[in-house]
Design a protein around this ligand. Structure first.
Ligand code: FES
Ligand SMILES: [Fe+2]
Length: 417
């Protein structure tokens, strides 16, 4: 009987000790055993121990411009409503009626003055207060039955939620660390102009592992490699790219801007951000390097670089001088991950005048289609009876670090929600 069957056929308490044993026997610097990519028990446990303590990027604030604008985000067993109140503040609530627990908001997005539960019509205002509840006893305390709040934070227009009810204090540090890199891009003055959903038939960790290494870039991404010189430079140790990067760092220093890489090993949410030049002669990440839209934020001219960040396990960002792309990974089941990519340009840009959608989305669309295929094929191979844990190369250090951190978090007591 393999480990997967062993875990799923046992009582929960025994299964937990099996998982602890499994964690201990994973080889450092190697991929995980098959069970980590397939088991629904581990999938559930990692929500509690690894993902719930994180701040998760959901969307860009420009999607909720007016009071009453709302969207819902489903992750794990949770559905979260994010809504702009009449005071223009963003708030988030668990989508759970305080009467008998029905979901109250069944739409993905919209605009409303109140949320009315479809079951017995309890009504809540945009601040989550219970406004009315029919035929309740005289001593029913309406004020005690507001919606449960969900933590929400906004960083340069990027909206994050945390499923933890308290004790999730790392956001201030994340903001402090990422802001110096993000600020020049003026992301608060951007808007989402395109969104693509890439259903990925693989465990979320395979998607993350793939996203954190460029060992696969030469064989799998000819287009990405063509517009990102660092890929070939990394393979061959190119002096020319090194010289370009040093020149770029010097110019950035003169302007008081960031360059290079910084890694922040926070316990619940390690994150990383970097800024480096792309391809000689390329202004931005397009097929031929020509502009994708009007310059963003503080930029007065192109410097031919990108800012990129692993903001958390499921949240990623790439930004050049004229556009930004966000990635949101949502684990849907042990072998299904929803990857949503959003493209942002300056808020006053007009399609067909200031930007062309195909030109704008070309690189990350073609690259994400390729990634989806290689990740799907990865899962198929991992599912084979002959799969066994394999060693990471020196070009997969970030992936190996992610797996080491993941195992450490999974071995910790469950996070209190
Ligand atoms: S469950 Fe919502 S009103 Fe009854
Ligand atoms: Fe890739």
């Amino acid at each position: 009987m393999n480990s997967l069957n062993t875990i799923e056929n046992k009582s929960s308490a025994t299964a937990r000790s099996d998982i602890d044993g499994l964690i201990r026997r994973q080889k450092s610097g190697c991929t995980l055993e098959q069970v980590f990519y397939r088991s629904s028990e581990i999938h559930q446990l990692e929500f509690q121990r690894v993902l719930s303590p994180q701040w998760l990027y959901v969307d860009h604030e420009s999607e909720l411009p007016e009071p009453g604008d709302f969207l819902t985000y489903e992750i794990g067993e949770e559905s979260i409503i994010i809504v702009r109140g009449s005071d223009r503040q963003l708030r988030a609530f668990f989508n759970v009626c305080r009467h008998r627990g029905s979901q109250i908001c069944l739409e993905k997005s919209g605009n409303t003055r109140r949320f009315v539960c479809p079951y017995h019509a309890w009504a809540y205002d945009l601040e989550g207060n219970l406004l009315s509840a029919r035929h309740m006893a005289d001593d029913f305390e309406q004020s005690q039955h507001g919606l449960h709040r969900c933590q929400v934070e906004v960083l340069e227009g990027l909206v994050f939620i945390s499923l933890a009810s308290r004790g999730n204090a790392e956001f201030d540090q994340i903001r402090h660390n990422l802001l110096p890199y993000l600020k020049p891009h003026g992301l608060t003055q951007t808007k989402v102009v395109h969104r693509e959903v890439y259903p990925t038939h693989a465990n979320w960790k395979l998607a993350v592992e793939n996203f954190r290494e460029c060992y696969h870039c030469m064989p799998a991404h000819p287009e990405y490699t063509r517009v990102n010189d660092y890929v070939r430079a990394g393979e061959r140790g190119s002096k020319a790219y090194q010289a370009m990067a040093e020149q770029f760092a010097e110019a950035a220093r003169r302007k008081g801007r960031k360059s290079g890489v910084e890694y922040f090993p926070l316990p619940a949410q390690p994150h990383q951000i970097w800024r480096h030049p792309i391809q000689e002669g390329y202004k931005t990440l397009t097929r031929d390097g020509s502009p994708a839209g009007p310059l963003l934020g503080e930029f007065e001219e192109y410097d031919g670089a990108e800012t990129a960040s692993f903001m958390g396990a499921l949240s990623y960002l790439y930004a050049t001088n004229d556009h930004a792309t966000t990635f949101r990974f949502t684990p849907k089941s042990p072998e299904l991950t929803e990857v949503v990519v959003s493209w942002l340009v300056r808020e006053d840009a007009k399609e067909g005048v200031d930007y062309d959608l195909d030109h704008l989305r070309w690189m990350w669309d073609v690259t994400t289609i390729q990634d989806t295929k290689i990740i799907n094929d990865n899962q198929k191979g991992v599912n084979s009876s002959r799969y066994s844990s394999g060693p990471y190369s020196e070009h997969e250090l970030s992936t190996a670090n992610f797996i080491a951190w993941y195992l450490w978090r999974l071995s910790m007591p469950s996070f209190r929600r």
